[in-house]
Design a protein around this ligand. Structure first.
Ligand code: SF4
Length: 413
């Protein structure tokens, strides 16, 4: 699990590209040399004209740029595009041109439309002026963001993910802590799928609700989702699914479960939800019958005052009832927890710990993890700090990554 954090401090919320540039200019490590060999053998095998690098987390950025560096050195004619969750979240205000020594194009948010435009551009059928949500470096060594307005591809039409050509049986299975949910994440491989695009709730004040991956909520029919599931099982030979939605909508999960059962499609699956009251014991039972083995969701601060302030839309009592319903249906329940939310007192933090202890004791949850609250610039708290009683610490001038922001909380812990 911690591998996703490898060298993340070089990229996460780094105001300039300098730390990454220095690390990439240093002699390659043993792992870098291994990555170079893997990169070269893939390029030789596939002979691509365009390579796309997806960087989901800051910890993936260093390795992605090492791959790009190898390609630029040995195969300078190949174009390289960069995108993914880290880019979409942190590089929105990019002005430092040095990253373009490694890549040629950087795209933001859902990739389908920007990539179709980019392919047309590289095939000489579209001018650079008509790229979509794409950063480039100009001849005068400046970063330019081009956003020709074209609609995104609807979630119903994005097609089915493919892992074709990847050595799926060579994935490492890792167990780095005893927490059962963390073990699910990293011990063994799961097919990844979203049952919707974005979040149907999009109100929580600590969440990046202003960004496309949360704010643009689109769904697909249950029959289409099961078509995608069947296609993925046929391609990979693996029937385990991790639904990677930030918060899977209960209505869609219900329809999906009914469709899986109706079509006798046997899979195991798990995902992320809000512990909202729509998840009745009957629905939990139905989800279990369709193959659901685990659910994670935010209990966050375990305090009704703070849950209200963060607009989570659930109460402590409701979370207890919903998690009990899942547990009684034989589904493992993991609670995301946080401390240090604006105005949270020491007493509230201790109360929340005690509350979590009781949830374990009463068989409502089997797993939980406390994170320290982080204020991000795209969240409602970061956008309107005064409404949460805090003051933001001014950021230095930023030409590269922007996400976490320090704050002063005069009332809290
Ligand atoms: S925290 Fe989860 S439920 Fe809340 S807005 Fe973000 S994605 Fe949606």
């Amino acid at each position: 699990f911690e591998f996703v954090r490898y060298a993340e401090s070089l990229a996460g919320s780094q105001p300039t590209f300098t730390p990454l540039a220095d690390a990439l200019a240093a002699s390659p490590t043993l792992m870098d040399l291994h990555l170079q060999e893997l990169t070269k053998s893939s390029i030789e095998k596939h002979q691509p004209g365009l390579v796309l690098l997806s960087v989901p987390f800051p910890g993936a950025m260093y390795a992605a740029l090492r791959i790009a560096q190898t390609i630029k050195q040995d195969y300078p004619a190949i174009k390289i595009g960069l995108g993914g969750g880290y880019v979409n979240t942190e590089l929105r205000e990019l002005t430092d041109p040095r990253i373009f020594d490694f890549v040629d194009f950087i795209t933001l948010d859902s990739g389908e439309r920007p990539l179709l435009a980019l392919l047309e551009h590289l095939n000489g059928k579209r001018s650079a002026e008509r790229l979509v949500r794409t950063f480039i470096r100009t001849a005068s060594n400046e970063v330019r963001y081009i956003n020709w307005q074209e609609p995104d591809i609807p979630f119903e039409e994005v097609g089915t993910a493919t892992w074709d050509g990847l050595p799926l049986n060579s994935y490492l299975s890792l167990l780095d802590m005893l927490n059962p949910m963390h073990r699910l994440w990293s011990d063994g491989r799961w097919n990844k799928l979203t049952v919707a695009h974005g979040c149907y709730w999009k109100k929580c004040s600590f969440c990046d609700v202003s960004l496309d991956y949360i704010s643009r909520y689109e769904t697909a029919s249950a029959s289409l989702l099961v078509d995608r599931i069947e296609a993925i099982v046929a391609e990979t030979g693996q029937s385990g699914f991790h639904f990677v939605d930030e918060a899977a909508p209960p209505k869609i999960l219900k329809a999906l479960a009914e469709e899986l059962i109706r079509r006798k499609v046997v899979i195991s699956w798990w995902g992320n939800i809000r512990f909202e009251k729509t998840f009745t014991p009957e629905l939990c039972e139905l989800l279990a019958q369709s193959g659901c083995i685990a659910m994670s969701g935010g209990l966050e601060v375990a305090s009704d005052r703070l849950l209200d302030l963060m607009k989570k839309g659930v109460s402590v009592e409701q979370v207890a009832q919903v998690t009990k319903g899942f547990s009684d249906a034989g589904i493992l329940v993991h609670a995301y927890l946080m401390y240090g939310f604006p105005t949270q007192t020491v007493q509230e933090t201790v109360d929340s710990l005690e509350y979590v202890r009781q949830l374990f004791e009463n068989g409502c949850i089997q797993s939980g993890f406390f994170h320290r609250f982080t204020c991000t610039v795209h969240s409602p708290v970061g956008l309107d700090p005064a409404a949460y009683g805090i003051e933001l610490v001014p950021l230095p001038p930023i030409s590269f990554a922007k996400n976490d922001i320090a704050f002063i909380d005069p009332t809290g812990v």
